[in-house]
Design a protein around this ligand. Sequence first.
Ligand SMILES: *[C@@H]1O[C@H](CO)[C@@H](O)[C@H](O)[C@H]1NC(C)=O
Ligand SMILES: *[C@@H]1O[C@H](CO)[C@@H](O)[C@H](O)[C@H]1NC(C)=O
Ligand SMILES: *[C@@H]1O[C@H](CO)[C@@H](O)[C@H](O)[C@H]1NC(C)=O
Ligand SMILES: *[C@@H]1O[C@H](CO)[C@@H](O)[C@H](O)[C@H]1NC(C)=O
Length: 477
Amino acid sequence: MFLMEINKLFIIFFFFFLINNVSITWSYTVFSPIDNYLVNCGSSVNSVINNRNFIGDPSATIATKLGSTFVDEEENPNPSLNLLPLHHTARIFTKPLIYLFEIKKKGTHLVRLHFFPFNSQNFNLSSALFHVSINGYVLLSDFNGLEGENNRKNPILKEYFIWVEDSKLEIEFTPSEESNLGFVNAIEVFSAPDDLIADTAKFVNSDGNKTIGGITNQALETVYRLTVGGPKVTPFNDTLWRTWSPDDEFLQSSETSQTVHFGGRIKYQNGGLSREVAPDNVYSSARVLSNTNESTLNDNITWILPVSVGYKYLVRMHFCDIASKVLYDLYFNVYINGNLAYENLDLSELTRMLASPYYADFVVDADNSGEITVSIAPSSSSSPERISAILNGLEVMKMNNTMGSLDGKISVGSIVKTPRGSTGVLVALVACTSLLVAVVAIMYRKRAMEHDSVAWSPLPTDASKGNQPESRKFLFF
Ligand SMILES: *[C@@H]1O[C@H](CO)[C@@H](O)[C@H](O)[C@H]1NC(C)=O
Ligand SMILES: *[C@@H]1O[C@H](CO)[C@@H](O)[C@H](O)[C@H]1NC(C)=O
Ligand SMILES: *[C@@H]1O[C@H](CO)[C@@H](O)[C@H](O)[C@H]1NC(C)=O
Ligand SMILES: *[C@@H]1O[C@H](CO)[C@@H](O)[C@H](O)[C@H]1NC(C)=O
């Protein structure tokens, strides 16, 4: 019984050696994560995007059981200009599939999952429906690889922040019972800079505000990442390969709001926040309230962001005073969901320099209306004929609910059928050095060939395009 359950598992185990050999020609120190796994799923070739090398997953150690369907090199028949090479292939699964990553650095890790349900020759990816979980958290349930009404023209990128305590990060994909089909096009797992996610934030609600801790231990999902008043910032120009979208579609009209752009250097200070928190391009544009007389001191700038109810959200506001002529000229209030979140924000006092970045983190419950509203408005210290409020960037991250889920009232236990016992085996393997893993793998492979030569076949040494997927099976248990 127990063994039968294990047999349903397919495990892909990564231990890359060459993955950190990425050279980037930037004028400043480039962030280089200690853990850095970039996987081009379902492809036997590597794909370099913005100087990052996505490794084809057949180069990982693969363990599968016969009866599975792995489709390597499944090509998208209608690639468009909009697509990265990553979206041309997918790993398609009809049984649970695990990607297991060895983690060297304890702490927050960024996890990005790329999905694009193209029309494959052998599978109708439009009928896929699956769950994704990671280290005990539900990331996606009954997911079809699309975003809302997305008409399958645009690939989907899901991004998460996951705290990793042990030496492994395990992403489990489980096809739903109705569809028995799922897919993934690419996976990124890398350690986050230490200062990216702060552990405390100000919880804002109508009963008043209080500082809360334990933020880093939550699973977070990026819902919005906006650059305010400026053009889209692409992964090419971001220190962590993020995309910052323009804020226009969330902005409420305001009489005295203006955009400002700054051509000078953004001053990241020692001991202050780093370029990895947000890049220069985000801080060098902003929206400001510029008052011309006393009456416009009642104005504000408001953004309205639709969110799912039933979750708390981490709201990060990025500020950088690129608009004032002198220090101590700008004071303003911040409101979230109509509640005063920060009174008399004084960037000069906080950074002691103009054009120096600062951020503030707030936690809020989603309104019953399903929106988060963020406003900046003049404070009692603001004066007319000066800038009286500024915002440069805005990020909103969903926090896991009490069931440990980011996608509905569902727990990992109810979607993942993996027997607890097999997890122990995985942990034991992760603890091994890669050499040991290879030895163990060869041992098992030998045994498999002796005992079960029909059901199992070894990994070909020279895996090339067009091989039968069946020839890629590799015994794990
Ligand atoms: C693929 O699946 C979708 C959704 O189940 C269905 O509407 C569509 O007709 C299918 N396409 C083909 C070619 O079978
Ligand atoms: C990167 O940023 C520079 C300066 O803002 C801009 O001119 C350039 O177009 C950006 N490149 C990409 C690929 O977004
Ligand atoms: C912002 O201005 C609008 C329109 O004047 C007003 O309805 C709203 O209450 C203001 N919000 C804040 C937080 O001051
Ligand atoms: C997130 O999940 C953890 C572990 O399941 C739980 O302790 C925590 O309370 C959850 N967070 C929220 C905001 O409910």
